[in-house]
Design a protein around this ligand. Sequence first.
Ligand SMILES: [Zn+2]
Length: 196
Amino acid sequence: MVSFTAPKAPAGSAPPLAVTFANTLVATRGKVRDTLTTPDDLTAWLAVNVDATGAGAPGAAIDEADLTRFRALRDAIRAVLHAFVDGEPAPAAEVEQINEASAAAPHWPVLTAGATGYAVSRRTDRAPVPAALAALAHDTADLLTGPLAADLRACHGPGCVQFFVKDHPRRQWCGSGCGNRARAARHYHRQRGHSA
Ligand SMILES: [Zn+2]
């Protein structure tokens, strides 16, 4: 039995799991780089982001084939998030891919009564890898249909490939790096404009 809790982030704290997963593709100085290139990368990422307890962490048996499955799901999620933030029609094949990942490890909610209230976690009887893939698919569905959907953005920083949830009315960038670069670029263009 595997149980896990996908972190449900309120605005202002950690981004939703689906966004964190989509953002495993990064850009460094305008060059796109995949941070999940080896089974070890994925093992480490899962250990931090998908809290798997019970039958063992998904990292225990990650191989190249698993890595390919996670990256394929990541790319499908990115395609759907992009279409969503751009107001374009949902890409049918990628939506289907997300639903297949979801169906491969059906989950049920488990209610836990604690001293200070109730908590709910999802449980599945499938293996850790399909369970983790399904958790990522579920979180994508929750994100796109939940209260954070309206604030989901793709960063328009130069060359940036990150998504973020706009947790502040004036937030324009995925992080301070993109904000600083954009300000520097504006300053540079202004200077050139004046001297031209
Ligand atoms: Zn950015």
